[in-house]
Design a protein around this ligand. Structure first.
Ligand SMILES: [Fe+2]
Length: 486
């Protein structure tokens, strides 16, 4: 009990410290007072999210989110689109109040930017009480005719030097969006951990390899949830757990696709959490969205989701079928289905969906969980079934056989006949199995590349019916590259 209270007091002190530091700064009269005025307005400065756009429609809006202390204020957001010289205003920003034990109550504001006419950078300004307190440029979503760039990494929010360097390199490369393949924030996805391991790095005020970068105010971030993001779901032990559902604003899971993260703890804490999410729990685990000429399916691969459940499988099948017009189909989740690392070898439960991805013509499947980089050959998988018809497993590992498209080399032969599975889980946390990088005999036969001696991230450039994927180290040096074409 004493331990729990001291943890809660520590969280409260961190949050109060952030507020009071900013307010002390406001009291100064130095030349940077206006900039610091902006700082004091926010607990977390504005960042860009998908929001909840209509399913299977082009993404033509983004949602700006910011966090403040729980005080009444008159907030507004203006933005400029295209050649428009006029500022236009979003609908009045709405807020959700986060009121959970051990954390000072605070507000999460949301304002939707309608970017149907936008093409490029969109200046925006956030006003409080009629005074501009924040300005930035948002990168508008590309339409299906345009080339675009995205970055993918997972297992990142560890407050590490490599996480910061990757954030900075990502910022310099100006992607259109960033996808995180889970384990967004260590160790338990808590509010207090976001304050130290996430916001200051991906939403920093300036870009530097030892700091991070002002990425999230300019660039859309999306994410799948990993095991660490739900590790704080016992609200008795971690009253500020499951911050994913409080701070991310992503498409809600359509009917039939919901697989709620199980909650534990006293009923009043569970109610306080659910109320604070304003409906995002439990509806933000599985979802899809469109970007440019691609369709993205984002899944919760935690073991509490049963991917043998036919209703859930049917939703993925329908989702991929409805993506008919998309040139590219990408899938993102946390636990890899095809992993050669000794670490987490028994966690390969997402193989259960391999046949769905094959039939749905998925091009690339992005995962994390295993803290290194692995690229598979294009592969098809057939699970082994026991006499009763159930899929054979060893732990969570699904047993079966695979067939490989070894003609594909990503250089001269770039048409793949089956999905390629990437593990890009070297986004900032300590690396797994560096000894296996040069020990090819330790790799499963489906693995084509295995890079585990350095942190890394994936950068993909899509141009019509071709794409180039690169794996880069924290300094931007190329570790792997392959092309895909239709
Ligand atoms: Fe993980």
């Amino acid at each position: 009990m004493a331990k729990r209270w001291s943890a809660m007091v520590a969280i409260a002190l961190v949050v109060i410290g952030v507020i009071s530091l900013r307010e002390r700064r406001l009291a100064t009269t130095d030349p940077l007072a206006s900039e610091r005025h902006a700082e004091q307005a926010f607990l977390v400065e504005p960042y860009l999210q998908l929001g909840d756009p209509p399913t299977h429609q082009p993404t033509r809006s983004l949602t700006l989110v910011w966090q403040t202390a729980d005080r009444q204020a008159d907030w507004s957001v203006d933005y400029k689109v295209g050649a428009d010289e006029r500022w236009r205003s979003t609908p009045e920003p709405a807020f959700d109040r986060v009121a959970m034990l051990g954390v000072p109550p605070h507000r999460v504001y949301h304002a939707k930017l309608d970017l149907r006419d936008a093409d490029g950078s969109v200046p925006y300004r956030v006003k409080k009480g009629g005074e501009t307190v924040f300005t930035a440029l948002a990168r508008s979503p590309k339409d299906a005719s345009k080339p675009y760039r995205f970055v993918v990494f997972g297992d990142c929010g560890a407050n590490s030097a490599d996480q910061k360097a990757i954030a900075c390199e990502t910022f310099k490369s100006q992607p259109d969006f960033v996808m995180i393949t889970g384990d967004i924030v260590y160790g338990q996805g808590l509010i207090s951990e976001y304050l130290t391991n996430f916001w200051p790095i991906y939403n920093a005020d300036h870009a530097a390899p030892e700091v991070g970068a002002p990425l999230m105010r300019t660039t859309l971030f999306a994410a799948a949830i990993g095991n660490h993001d739900v590790a704080g779901r016992n609200l008795l032990k971690t009253p500020d757990g499951l911050a994913y559902f409080l701070y991310w604003d992503q498409p809600r899971s359509p009917a039939g696709s919901r697989a709620p993260t199980p909650l534990m703890g006293p009923a009043d804490r569970i109610k306080a959490f659910v109320d604070s999410t304003a409906g995002r729990y439990p509806t933000m685990n599985n979802f899809s969205f469109e970007y440019g000429n691609s369709h993205w399916t984002v899944l919760d691969s935690n073991p509490y989701v049963d991917w043998t459940n036919q209703a859930l499988r049917d939703w993925v099948i329908q989702d991929l079928t409805a993506a008919g017009k998309a040139t590219w189909r990408f899938v993102a989740f946390h636990h890899p289905g095809f992993n050669s690392s000794r670490a987490h070898f028994d966690n390969q439960q997402t193989r259960l969906l391999a046949d769905v991805f094959e039939a749905g013509k998925v091009d690339l499947v992005f995962a994390g969980h295993v803290h290194n980089y692995q690229r598979s050959h294009p592969l098809r998988f057939i699970p082994r079934r026991d006499p009763g018809g159930a899929v054979a497993r060893k732990g969570e590992l699904v047993l079966g056989t695979w067939s490989l498209d070894r003609d594909f080399d990503g250089q001269t032969h770039t048409k793949a006949t089956a999905p390629i599975y990437l593990i890009t889980g070297a986004g900032g946390n300590h690396l797994y199995n560096p000894e296996q990088q040069d020990d090819q005999a330790s790799w499963q036969s489906f693995t084509a590349r295995f890079i585990s001696k350095t942190s890394s991230y994936t950068r993909v450039d899509v141009d019509g019916s071709g794409l180039v994927a690169r794996q880069l180290d924290p300094q931007g040096n190329e570790l792997d590259r392959f092309s895909l074409s239709k």
